[in-house]
Design a protein. Structure first.
Ligand code: JD8
Length: 397
């Protein structure tokens, strides 16, 4: 992705040389170019501002240097005549959100115009749209007053840049994305377990993953209620087992969200099984789409969010065996019986004449096996299981 920034303070943007964004630039993932607006003035004082027509406080940025700077950006290393999307930070802009960051991360080229003083002469926006043919968006970092656009650009480039594949690129980051469910983070702790007379909450040392997941969810709810009550949505109140769970056969519209969920589960199971390697996100989306033709994926939604999935065949097998596979629950919702609800749905879909139901599971959560034993499943004998998986069987009469 190419990023051009026009500013009267190029030094303000030197942090983009550092850390993950700096590394991404070295790796060629981000092509960041900083331009000094004053290089496009022609007077001895390199003047970029003047007094406002109609009166009022402060100064306004003159249109001419901006027009020349934009011409320069568009002409630079651009034989194909491509056009960037132009983003102008301003307190009156569209709020910059994670959703907008995701949208902008898909663009091949972004240009940022950093205003100062009272802002930029309005005709610059009209010129960029109507004469240069650019899509222009005024974007605000938040409801407080800054002195110029540079700090907003630093924040936006960081938020956008980290979404570019390869900039952070690991399985954990995909799991993290699946947590973008509108609740704040739970509190986190590291060693030592007792420090300065303060102990880490004992549940985190218990090894009880269901209890830990439940505690963390409660902490997220309590924190969100205290700090950001505006984020609380009915879907979080009862949890995934709170009655709003809807299970239906997946359609192509479910594929992107389903692929992220399955990657999160795969990453989690790889971690639990001690195997390494990053699943390939692109291969996975295609695989998931193709799988809808050959099998049925049942998806569970809670409050609109896709929280779980399971796969069954499209047609009966001649030997009367009904295979349930790819059971997957959002990592933050484990231990709430969602997997049971999905397995029940998968069993209910079994055709007449089914003699046995086989359940193919990852061996990542041995504690879950107890619940399946209760539901009538027994470990399958023989060599049918792949490494890191277990196969359970339930006979039907
Ligand atoms: C760009 C000039 C300052 C703007 C008078 C002093 C973003 N969330 C945000 N808050 N403020 C900005 C922002 C402020 C800017 C400029 C962005 C250029 N100023 C001016 C008009 C009113 N002040 C911002 N993104």
């Amino acid at each position: 992705m190419r990023l051009d920034v026009v500013t009267i303070f190029p030094d303000y943007l030197t942090p983009l040389d550092l850390s993950l964004i700096g590394k991404a630039r070295e790796d060629g993932l981000l092509d960041v170019r900083i331009h000094d607006l004053r290089d496009f003035t022609h007077d001895r004082h390199r003047t970029v501002d003047d007094t406002p027509y109609g009166g009022g406080a402060g100064m306004v940025m003159k249109p001419q240097p901006w027009a020349e700077a934009l011409d320069h950006v568009l002409a630079l290393d651009n034989p194909s005549g491509a056009k960037p999307r132009l983003l102008v930070p301003g307190p009156g802009g569209r709020p910059f959100t994670q959703a907008l960051a995701r949208e902008l991360a898909l663009e091949p080229w972004l240009a940022f115009a950093c205003g100062r003083y009272e802002g930029i002469d309005e005709r610059v926006y009209d010129h960029a749209r109507e004469d240069l043919g650019l899509e222009v968006s005024v974007v605000s970092l938040g409801d407080y007053v800054l002195n110029g656009g540079e700090v907003a650009v630093l924040a936006m480039v960081e938020a956008i840049g980290r979404l570019i594949p390869g900039v952070i690129g690991n399985a954990e980051s995909l799991v993290e994305e699946s947590h973008e469910d509108g609740l704040l983070e739970y509190p986190i702790y590291t060693k030592p377990s007792s420090w300065n007379g303060r102990d880490v909450p004992s549940v985190l040392l218990s090894g009880n993953h269901g209890a830990i997941a439940q505690w963390r969810h409660e902490q997220r709810l309590a924190r969100t209620a205290a700090r950001r009550p505006d984020l609380l949505h009915a879907s979080h109140a009862g949890g995934a087992d709170g009655g709003d769970l809807e299970i239906a056969a997946a359609t192509p519209g479910d594929v992107p969200e389903l692929a992220v969920l399955l990657l999160a589960c795969a990453a989690r199971e790889a971690g639990a099984a001690g195997t390494s390697g990053t699943p390939d996100a692109h291969a996975s989306v295609d695989d998931v789409r193709a799988s809808l033709d050959t099998s049925i994926t049942w998806v569970a939604r809670s409050g609109g969010r896709l929280v779980g999935a399971v796969r069954t065949p499209r047609s009966p097998s001649p030997d009367g065996e009904w295979a349930i596979s790819r059971l997957c629950v959002a990592p933050d919702l484990e231990g709430r019986g969602l997997d049971r609800r999905l397995v029940e749905q998968a069993e209910a879909a079994a055709p007449d004449g089914t003699r046995s139901v086989t359940l193919h599971l990852g061996s990542g959560r041995p504690e879950a096996l107890k619940a399946y034993r209760k539901a009538g499943y027994r470990p399958a004998d023989g060599s049918s299981s792949l490494p890191g998986t277990v196969t359970l069987v339930k006979r039907r009469r």
